[in-house]
Design a binder for this molecule. Structure first.
Ligand code: IPE
Ligand code: IPE
Ligand code: MG
Length: 250
């Protein structure tokens, strides 16, 4: 496989819904967990390619707050996969300069998974090449709700006046606080929906959908998404003429 380390400028923050593992397995008469295992291999490829291409933040949807509705055996096998993958990959991530941050409500996970999450975050805390956000037990509505709850707490504690509650005050309490909003959103697996991913943060993100199932997603597919992204004109409410004349003031 020819891996490109160059190409059009990579987006600063890429967010991905890694979908299609189950269908990948079903098409091969394999159990769904096998699809998730192959999905983990795709994840490793994509993480490393993003780091090589200079992506600063990569946010991956690994498990949604709605995925608990799946059959208990599938949920269990996913939790086990998260655990072994973290154990296996943490050191390599640290060596590659990749900082891992979990976003989502981790209180629902078993203590041994929580400990592994914390260990990976500790091990990679000083890494600055790329930040890898793993959204696990994450929901966009959960995120906005917990941010609102924290705002209310700050108001009640007298640290904040209700009149000071603005977009910045809420954004800095989201799970993604401190990182810029995604520039490019990718969903594999053919569905055209957000599935309660980063609802607030995707307000002005460029959306890219592909039918490719996640286990089949290669560096070339990522490059195709980057090339598509590079062809977009991000206007943020302005006109194309304004952008062409360089009049891009606030
Ligand atoms: C995405 O693949 C992985 C998770 C949701 C954990 P799916 O398991 O949703 O795969 P499909 O959509 O059934 O093919
Ligand atoms: C979204 O995929 C969540 C993850 C990829 C982790 P799903 O496959 O669960 O999404 P829906 O329910 O089909 O929209
Ligand atoms: Mg799916």
């Amino acid at each position: 496989m020819g891996i490109r380390a160059s190409g059009p400028p990579a987006p600063r923050h890429v967010a991905i819904i890694m979908d299609g593992n189950g269908r990948w397995a079903r098409a091969r008469n394999l159990p769904r967990p096998e699809g998730h295992r192959q999905g983990a291999a795709a994840t490793r490829r994509v993480v490393e390619h993003c780091a090589r291409r200079g992506v600063r933040v990569l946010t991956l949807f690994a498990f949604s707050s709605e995925n608990w509705r799946r059959p208990p055996t599938e949920v269990r096998s996913l939790m086990e996969l998260f655990l072994v993958t973290l154990r296996r990959e943490s050191r390599r991530l640290a060596e590659n300069g990749i900082r891992v941050c979990f976003i989502g409500d981790r209180s629902a996970f078993q203590p041994r998974l929580r400990e592994e999450i914390e260990a990976a975050e500790r091990l990679t805390a000083e890494c600055v090449r790329m930040q890898l956000n793993i959204a696990a037990n994450y929901g966009g509505r959960w995120d906005i709700t917990q941010a609102a709850r924290r705002l209310c707490g700050a108001v009640r504690a007298g640290e904040l006046d209700p009149a000071q509650v603005d977009e910045a005050a809420l954004a800095e309490r989201l799970a993604t606080q401190g990182v810029p909003d995604p520039d490019l959103f990718i969903r594999t697996g053919g569905e055209h929906r957000i599935s309660n991913f980063l609802l607030w943060q995707l307000a002005y993100t460029e959306l890219y959908f592909t039918d490719t199932l996640w286990p089949d997603f290669e560096a070339e597919d990522l490059e195709a998404a980057f090339a598509d992204y590079a062809s977009r004109q991000r206007r943020f409410g302005r006109t194309g003429e304004q952008l062409r004349s360089g009049d891009a003031g606030a």
